[in-house]
Design a binder for this molecule. Structure first.
Ligand SMILES: *Cc1c(COP(=O)(O)O)cnc(C)c1O
Length: 456
C-alpha cells in the first residue's frame, strides 16, 4: 500500500470543461418565476443582471461546458489544488476509515470562491461590463470577486453584511487591496437598505438584505451587472473543477469515496466537490453518499420547506424552487458567516428532494471542536464554514470505528481560517453557545412565506 499523503496534479490536468449535472438529473429543476406575475420566466428576464454567456450557462442542459483558455490561465495561479490523505487525523481518531480532503484554501483569496469569480469576471469583461456589484457575508465571496475583477480591470462594489463587516475588518482591507469598494449593509445608498434601516436601525444585516442592495444597483444602472457567489446553476457548475480534479487524484490514490462531505451555504462548494462523483451515481448507479452540512442555526435543508421563494429579503429576485426558511429569515449571529443564507440552490434542492443527496445540521460548538482536532492533526486551520464538513467527516470516521468497518471519506476543505481568529478566540474563551432553533421559531419563519407552493 502506498504511504503517499499528498496527491498533486500537473498544470495540464486543470479541467478543460465544467460538468453540468442538470444533463444527468432524473428530474430537471423547475423554472424560475417572475417576482411580480409569478409566471415562468425565460432567460431574457435575467439580462439586466447578468451577461448573456452566464445566462446561457444558467439554463444549459449540456453535460459539459468549455472553460475559456483565459480562465484556465488564471486558474494556473493556484490550480490544480492538492488532495491529501489525512493520515494524522485518521491516527488521532484511531479509525479504520480512510479520510481524504481536497484543499481549496491555496487560492489567493483563501477559499474555493475564485473558481467562479474569475469565470464570471471574464464573461462580464467580454461583454463590455464596467462595474460589478455583489454582496458578501463573511467576506470570502467579496474578496474572491475583488481579486477577479482587478485582474480584468472591472470596478467592484461590495455590500458586506454588517455583522461580518464588524467582526472581520481584515476581509474588508483585503477587498480594498484588490481595489474594491466595500459598504456595510444595510446602507442608505439604496431603496432596499433604507427600507430595512427605517424599521430596524440596528439590523445586523443578512445576505438576503445585501443581495437586495447589490441587485438594485445593478438593475438601475446600465453600466453595472450583478454577480452571485453561490446558489445559481452556473456558479455550482464553475465549482466542479474541484471534483473533476479530485476524481483524478482519488484515482492516483487508488481509492474512490463512499462518502463525500462538504459544508453548505448556498451549495457551491458542495456541488463542486460532489457533482463530478455523483455523475457516476446518476449514470451508472454507483453507491455514493453525498452529505451537505449546514449549521443548526440556519437549517434550511433539514428543517426548511421545499417551495418557491425569493433569493433576497426584499423580494426583487426571480422566485426559485428551493429548500428555504423564508426570505425574511435572519439567522442568529453564528461565526460561520458564509452559511447564514435562508435558501439553497435549485439543483441541490431538487437532488435532496429526490433522495440523491443527504443533509445534516451541526451545532457550532461541535464544528469548532472538529476544526481544532483537524488543525492539531493536519496543520491547516480551517474556515469556520469548513469545520461543518469536518465535523461530519469525523462523525462518519468514528462510526466506522464503532462498526469495525473501513470506508473512504472525502471532504472539501473549502477554505482556511486565517482571517477567522476572532471566532476561534471566542470558542477558546467559552463564549460560543449552542444554537438550535425551536420548532416554534421554524414554524413562525416558514409561516411568513407568501410565495406559490410547488405542485406535487
Ligand atoms: C462561501 C463559503 C461557503 C458557503 O458557500 P457555498 O456556496 O455553499 O460553498 C463555505 N465555505 C467557505 C470557506 C466559503 O467561503
Amino acid at each position: 500500500m502506498s504511504e503517499q499523503t499528498k496527491f498533486v496534479l500537473p498544470e495540464r490536468e486543470i479541467p478543460e470543461q465544467w460538468y453540468n449535472i442538470v444533463a444527468d438529473m432524473p428530474n430537471k429543476p423547475l423554472p424560475p418565476l417572475h417576482p411580480g406575475t409569478q409566471q415562468p420566466i425565460g432567460p431574457e428576464a435575467l439580462t439586466p443582471l447578468f451577461p448573456m454567456e452566464l445566462i446561457k450557462q444558467e439554463v444549459s442542459q449540456d453535460p459539459w461546458v468549455g472553460i475559456p483558455e483565459e480562465v484556465r490561465d488564471i486558474y494556473k495561479l493556484w490550480r490544480p489544488t492538492p488532495l491529501f490523505r489525512a493520515r494524522q487525523l485518521e491516527k488521532a481518531l484511531d479509525t479504520p476509515a480512510k479520510i481524504y480532503y481536497k484543499y481549496e484554501g491555496v487560492s489567493p483569496a483563501g477559499s474555493h470562491k475564485p473558481n467562479t469569480a474569475v469565470a464570471q469576471a471574464y464573461y462580464n469583461k467580454m461583454e463590455g461590463v464596467k462595474r460589478i456589484t455583489t454582496e458578501t457575508g463573511a467576506g470570502q465571496w467579496g474578496s474572491a470577486l475583488a481579486f477577479a475583477c482587478n485582474l480584468f480591470g472591472i470596478d467592484c462594489e461590495v455590500y458586506m453584511v454588517r455583522i461580518s463587516y464588524e467582526q472581520k475588518p481584515y476581509r474588508k482591507v483585503m477587498m480594498n487591496t484588490w481595489g474594491a469598494q466595500v459598504f456595510s449593509s444595510p446602507t442608505n445608498r439604496t431603496e432596499a437598505g433604507r427600507k430595512i434601516l427605517a424599521s430596524d436601525p440596528d439590523s445586523p444585516g443578512s445576505l438576503g438584505i445585501a443581495i437586495s442592495e447589490a441587485v438594485e444597483v445593478a438593475a438601475t444602472n446600465d453600466d453595472a451587472k450583478y454577480s452571485l457567489g453561490s446558489v445559481l446553476n452556473h456558479v455550482l457548475m464553475h465549482q466542479t473543477v474541484i471534483g473533476l480534479e479530485a476524481l483524478k487524484q482519488m484515482e492516483m490514490a487508488g481509492d474512490f469515496p463512499d462518502i463525500i462531505v462538504a459544508p453548505f451555504g448556498g451549495g457551491s462548494n458542495f456541488a463542486g466537490i460532489s457533482f463530478p462523483f455523483l455523475r457516476y451515481k446518476l449514470t451508472e448507479g454507483k453507491q455514493i453518499r453525498a452529505i451537505a452540512v449546514e449549521p443548526t442555526s440556519c437549517p434550511k435543508l433539514t428543517r426548511g420547506v421545499f417551495r418557491y421563494d425569493f433569493g433576497d429579503t426584499v423580494g426583487m429576485t426571480p422566485l426559485l424552487p428551493m429548500y428555504t426558511l423564508g426570505h425574511t429569515f435572519v439567522p442568529a449571529k453564528i461565526h460561520a458567516g458564509g452559511l447564514r443564507y435562508h435558501g439553497a440552490g435549485v439543483i441541490v434542492s431538487q437532488l435532496l428532494k429526490d433522495g440523491i443527496i443527504e443533509a445534516q445540521a451541526i451545532d457550532q460548538l461541535e464544528t469548532f471542536e472538529a476544526g481544532v482536532t483537524f488543525a492539531r492533526a493536519e496543520g491547516v486551520i480551517p474556515a469556520p464554514e469548513a469545520n461543518h464538513g469536518i465535523a461530519v467527516a469525523i462523525r462518519e470516521a468514528l462510526q466506522a470505528k464503532e462498526e469495525g468497518k473501513s470506508k473512504t471519506i472525502l471532504f472539501n476543505l473549502c477554505g482556511h481560517g486565517n482571517f477567522d481568529m476572532s471566532a476561534y478566540e471566542a470558542y477558546f474563551a467559552g463564549k460560543l453557545q449552542r444554537h438550535e432553533l425551536t420548532q416554534e421559531e421554524i414554524d413562525a419563519a416558514v409561516a411568513l412565506i407568501d410565495t406559490p407552493a410547488i405542485p406535487a
